[in-house]
Design a binder for this molecule. Sequence first.
Ligand code: Z5A
Length: 207
Amino acid sequence: MNRGRFITLEGSEGAGKSTNMDYIQQSLQARGVDIVMTREPGGTSIGEDIRELLLGHKHTGMSDDTELLLMFAARAEHIHKVIEPALQRGQWVLCDRFTDATYAYQGGGRGIAAERIAILENWTQGLLRPDLTIYLDVPVETGRQRAGDRSDPDRFEKEQNDFFNKVRQTYLHRGEQEPDRFRLVDASMALEQVQARLDEIVLELLD
Ligand code: Z5A
């Protein structure tokens, strides 16, 4: 049996990840691909509990290192219990955020050195890397306007535009560094245009 393909979807707040996860899933399923949808942080019972710790406000003033290690703790469980087993069964995995988000948020946003993140990446993932990463790029102000005034913003949504601009720059930089893996989509376009571009990427994946 052929190993499945590992696709990740990235973007900053309000870029349209949730909206387009479903679209990509339907598009691939319509072409006969057996696909598992999942997300980070989360995707397992332990991972979803860690997500609550990370996004909630129960623990104020979490240290940056704790935040980073919790991301990778959730990821270790996710890889062992969900991602690797699915890929080995020949299923494709579509994951809403993965380690590029760690480089962008904990690296770019919080200022943790990429070299330190890479140590955890190698330890936790071994050789596992996404086969393809779709990055929905939108200016910070546009994304935040789309996301709207959430009644209960999570710990990340409370950050200022300066933080999100650093996050965006890190994603763009990573895209430049790994052009074979990254597909940048201009998500400031109307949804129909974004999804037309996603159709092209899906066709390329199936080629
Ligand atoms: N995080 C981290 O720090 N480190 C890590 O390693 C990982 C994660 C894995 C949770 O992520 C947080 O975890 C995240 C980073 C951190 N924090 N932040 N910020 P999440 O993915 O669960 O949450 P999110 O980024 O906040 O997602 P979101 O705000 O829900 O955005 P979205 O899913 O990209 O957007 P959406 O809900 O699909 O769309 C928002 C609105 O825009 C909605 O009304 C849509 O109808 C509309 N929309 C979408 N596309 C369009 C277009 N093209 N035109 C017009 N309107 C549109």
